[in-house]
Design a binder for this molecule. Structure first.
Ligand code: HEM
Length: 391
């Protein structure tokens, strides 16, 4: 997609796609403006999370009428990702104490253990691996399941639900599958919330149902938030780990530097967030007319701020198409910016850094063993498979 983004930035930085009914922003400053100005750019877009009966990225994809009817009958509690202030402010305050840097950092030893276990299973296979299946996918799902207190024997099922729920976001995905995955998770979390209210334990759900100065989240809000964590956190982190490995294999100099000094893993992950991040674009709805240069986007229109294009804008990032470990900057927009800035950024960075660093410490050289298969989505960027040999 990157040559297309470059064309847009130069020739049509505020591009109106009439077929999709979308205004596409591609320059860093315009994308950052749209994300920071939550007064004029609403997150309540009628997008994939707020209306399961329509997919804004793929309007031609229709859902069966009974499924659409069922989706509309589901309770619609406020969702952090798609709400505006004051609801957003209230929800964010209640959940953010579960994601403080200290709390996330306390997970590091456990994340290292899980990674070591996955790596030893991988090397036991004799050096031929699929990085997605063997490491990038199970790591974040296992970690979040443990954080939520899901018992080990239920974690496989958990992963399947989360995969199903994400399916509707993919171009060829099925909204029926999204709905079924979401329904299964809702039932599971509703029961978990009831149990933790009676018997709080040392996990994320207990933290969210118990202490805090304010009125706790409603059961519906809690269930929705748990689902949001899986959907927003698993696939994205999986993609970050795989995209980092792919970028390193495509840039042998960077790979050599990492092999010589595994402590550079954090820099490789950070550069991948800028260079080939898991999320390409976000969605907003204008609440007023907004002017960029000589183009005015009218109120009530959908806007696609292309964060991945902003991250390659040479006005912001010198030599943007080069993958470099020495940039030392974190001012990319891969985690968004403004009030919706990713609540899981520290966790995603930690998991991805531990994964890449631990792989580098094995002292084995990863080489492609077949063509990696991309996921098919206009908004998510990552790999379905990344076959490798480790020699
Ligand atoms: C929000 C990206 C991992 C939970 C966001 C946003 C972005 C993003 C761009 C802003 C959305 C917007 O402005 O509309 C990513 C990427 C990740 C990642 C690239 C991995 C590399 C995670 C993880 C979790 C998480 C691990 C939790 C376990 C959330 C939540 C929000 C969010 C709950 C909504 C915050 C709000 O609306 O206030 N993420 N994310 N994310 N992310 Fe992440």
């Amino acid at each position: 997609p990157y040559p297309h983004y470059a064309w847009l930035r130069e020739h049509a930085p505020v591009y109106h796609d009439r077929d999709l009914g979308l205004w596409v922003l591609s320059r860093h400053d315009d994308v950052a403006t749209a994300l920071r100005d939550s007064d004029r750019f609403s997150s309540d877009t009628g997008g994939p999370w707020s209306d399961l009966s329509a997919n804004p990225f793929n309007p031609s994809m229709k859902v069966a009428a009974p499924v659409a009817r069922a989706a509309r009958r589901l309770p619609a509690p406020r969702v952090l990702l798609t709400s505006d202030p004051p609801d957003h402010t209230m929800l964010r305050r209640k959940v953010s104490r579960a994601f403080t840097p200290r709390r996330i950092a306390s997970w590091e030893p456990r994340i290292r253990q899980i990674t070591e276990r996955l790596l030893s299973q991988m090397t036991a296979r004799g050096g031929r691996v699929d990085l997605v299946r063997d490491l990038a996918s199970p790591l974040p799902t296992t970690v979040i399941a443990e954080m939520m207190g899901v018992p080990p024997e239920r974690q496989d099922r958990f992963r399947r639900w989360s995969d199903k729920a994400i399916d509707g976001l993919l171009t060829n995905g099925s909204l029926r599958s999204t709905l079924h995955g979401t329904a299964a998770m809702s039932a599971y979390f509703a029961a978990a919330v009831r149990k933790r209210r009676r018997n709080p334990r040392d996990d994320l759900i207990s933290l969210l149902v118990t202490d805090g100065d304010e009125a706790p989240l409603s059961a519906g809000e809690l269930v929705t938030f748990c689902i949001l964590l899986l959907v927003a956190g698993n696939e994205t982190t999986t993609n970050l780990i795989s995209n980092t490995m792919l970028a390193l294999m495509d840039n042998p100099r960077a790979m050599e530097m990492l092999q010589a000094d595994p402590g550079l893993a954090g820099a490789a992950v950070e550069e991948t967030l800028r260079y080939d991040g898991p999320g390409q674009g976000l969605l907003r709805l204008t609440k007023a007319d907004v002017t960029f240069g000589d183009v005015t986007i009218p109120a009530g229109h959908r806007v696609l701020p292309l964060i991945a294009s902003a991250n390659r804008d040479p006005r912001r990032h010198p030599d943007p198409d080069a993958f470099r470990l020495d940039r030392g900057r974190t001012d990319h927009l891969a985690f968004g910016t403004g009030i919706h800035f990713c609540i899981g950024h520290a966790l995603a960075r930690l998991e991805s850094t531990v994964a890449i660093e631990s792989l580098a410490r094995l002292g084995l050289t990863p080489r492609p063993a077949g063509t990696p298969e991309r996921i098919n989505s206009p908004v998510l960027r990552g790999l379905r498979t990344l076959p490798l040999t480790l020699t």
